[in-house]
Design a protein around this ligand. Structure first.
Ligand code: HEC
Length: 132
């Protein structure tokens, strides 16, 4: 299991291999956040929709999990001040595993945990902007 997580992290790093690993600005992270979590066609909305079905399309959920893990990789490249991505990152990894296992209960719990993690950054004077 640990190896899968490590491989997933390297996968995300390889994806950005063309760029030097420069720091990201909050603005750049905000744009990624919008792409991943906001809007009718976002991975977040797609994953929510699949998990409401009796027979979810696990490819869609695995793709969503990949986007969330890429988001985790971006968090490592931005100065978030006091905010911590730990809960979000853990939820993204849990969703990757659940998608691999095609485990709907675990996937639903991972998404619920991810939704709870937003407040780690989006409250108490952390990241601004509307969440949805
Ligand atoms: C690790 C910190 C962190 C976590 C966790 C996090 N965000 Fe963000 N989010 C940010 C930062 C940083 C920005 C950029 C804010 C800025 O522009 O100053 C942002 C911006 C956004 C934006 C764009 C806001 C706008 O109007 O421009 C949306 C939408 C968003 N986040 C949704 C979410 C959702 C939904 C979750 C939970 C699933 C979440 N975020 C979890 C740090 C985080």
């Amino acid at each position: 299991m640990k190896y899968v997580v490590i491989l997933a992290m390297f996968g995300a790093a390889a994806f950005a291999a063309d760029e030097p690993k420069k720091a990201l600005t909050k603005k750049e992270v905000g744009k990624m956040m919008k792409d991943v979590h906001k809007g009718a066609k976002s991975p977040h909305v797609n994953v929510d929709a699949e998990l409401k079905k009796d027979e979810p399309d696990w490819d869609v959920i695995a793709k969503g999990a990949k986007s969330f893990n890429e988001m985790s990789a971006a968090f490592a490249r931005v100065d978030l001040g006091y905010s911590s991505p730990a809960k979000y990152n853990a939820a993204a990894k849990a969703l990757t595993k659940a998608a691999g296992d095609k485990d709907k209960k675990a996937a639903t719990e991972a998404v619920a945990a991810m939704n709870k993690s937003c407040s780690s950054c989006h409250s108490y004077g952390g990241a601004g902007g509307a969440l949805k």
